[in-house]
Design a protein around this ligand. Sequence first.
Ligand code: NOJ
Length: 499
Amino acid sequence: MSLQLIQRRLSRVILILMLGVSLAQKNSFPDGFLFGTATSAYQVEGGWDEDGKGESIWDHLMHTQPNFTEDGQNGDVACDSYHLYKEDVRLLKELGVDFYRFSISWPRILPTGQVDNINQAGIDYYNNLINELLNNGIQPMVTMYHWDLPQWLQDLGGWTNPLIVDYFEDYARTLYENFGDRVKLWITINEPQIIQLGYSLPDLLAPNLNKSMVGWYLVGHHILLAHARAFHLYDAHYRAAQNGKISISMQSPWFEAKTNSAEDIEATNRALQFFLGFFAHPICSTEGDYPAVVRQIADNISKADGLTRSRLPYFSNEMVDYVRGTFDFFAINYYTSMLVTSGNSAGFLYIKDAQVEYFDDPSWPKTCSGCFKMVPSGLRKLLVYIKDNYNSPDIFITENGMPDHGILDDTVRIQYYKNHLNEVLKLIHEDGVNMLGFTAWSLMDNFEWKKGYTAKFGLYQVNFSDPARPRTPKASATFMQDIFRTHQLPEEDVSSEKQ
Ligand code: NOJ
C-alpha cells in the first residue's frame, strides 16, 4: 500500500471517529448532570393527622369544603407514602435516578408552625426517608415549602403576615439542624407564583382567599424575604460545615406574542415580568428589586384606584441587596407555553394588573383532552431567556411533565419527555447553557390539587381504590429508566436544529 493511500485511509478513520464522538456527545448528558423525579408532601404522604402532625391549609380546605376538588377527593391518604416510603425508594432505585426531590410538610415537623413544639415523629419520618435514599445511592433534594402551610399560621394571616419571614427562618433552621448533614440540595419554596394565586383568586388553591392584587403582591413580597432569610441563615451558620446548595423553584410558561404588533410584544413582556420576573428579577438580576414595569404598573393602578400607597410594598435599598443573589443555581419548573395579547383573561394564571390575555396556538398538540399543550421549544426559549437575562446561571429543571387520565401505555408521555429532553440537549450542546439536572414530575400519580386524582402525572400508576396503594410502572417508566441509567437519549430520538 502506498504512503498516500495509508494517509487517506487514516484520515478517513479519524473523520469517522470524530463524527462518532460528536454524535455520541449530541445525545449524551454531561458528567455530573443529575436525573431525578419529584413529589410533594401533601400530594403523596397521606397520614394527614398521624403521630402528632398539625393541620395544614390543604387539610383545612379539604375538610371544610369537601367538594372543592373536581372529584371530591382529598389528600388524607393520597399515595400513603407516610407508610410506604421504602416502596417509593425501591421504585426510585429501579428507575436508576441520581436524586429524589420531595418536600417536607411544615406541620408534620412543627404542628403550629412554630418551634416551641417540635414533633419528633415528623423528624423521624424524614430521617428515615433520607437515610433510605442515601443507603440506596440516591441524593435527596428537599423542598422546604410546597404549599402546605400550617393552618395555625394561616389563622394569623399566613403569607400576608410579615412575621411569616421569622417563622420561616425558624423552620429552615430546624431543617438545617436535623437534616443538613445529609441534604445537600435545598429548595426553599416551590412555585411562589402559584402560592400567590391561592391568596388572590377564588376556587383554585388553599387558602382559597380572594384578595386579588392585594393578596398577590403581599404574598410575593413576603415569600421573597422569607426565601432570602433562609438563604442567609444557611450562609451564616451552616454552609461552611454542610456545604450544600440552595435555590427557589420558580415556575414559568414560555410566553410568546400572539402577533408581531408592538402591543402584543409589550403585553408579552408584562406577562413574563409579572410571572417569572417578579421573583427572578429581585433574586437573580444584577440590579435586583422588582422589574421596572411591575413597579410602575402597581404604583399607577394603586394611585388610580384612590390608594395612598402602592399595593406592592417597597424594598429599602438594604433589602434589595439582601434579596439579590440569594441562589446557588436557577431552579425552574416548565410545563407549557402560551400566546399573549393585551387584555384581561380570567382563569388560571390570572394576574389582574398584568393586563394580558392568554391563548393556545392551535398548532401545538394537546398533552391530553382538556389538558395543556405540548410545547418543547418553549423550554429552550425560556432557558435561553434566563441565560441571557440573569447572567448565565447554572440551571436546574426542578419539574417537567404532563398529565393524562391514567393509562399504563402512556406513549404521549414518552413523546413529551423525548421532546423536552431533546431541547435540554440542544441547550447543553448548542446554546451553551450550563444545565445541572432534570426532574420528571412525577415519580407516581398523586393528588393534583384542585383536580384531585383526575390528572395523573406519574411514571408509576397508583391504584387509589386499593387500600394498599399498589404502584405499577407505566411504559414511560421503562423509557425513562433507560435515560436515567445511561444519561443518554436514544440516538434515534435526537434531533438538532437551531432555534
Ligand atoms: C407544579 C407543582 O409544583 C406540583 O405540585 C404540581 O402537581 C405539578 N406542577 C403539576 O401541575
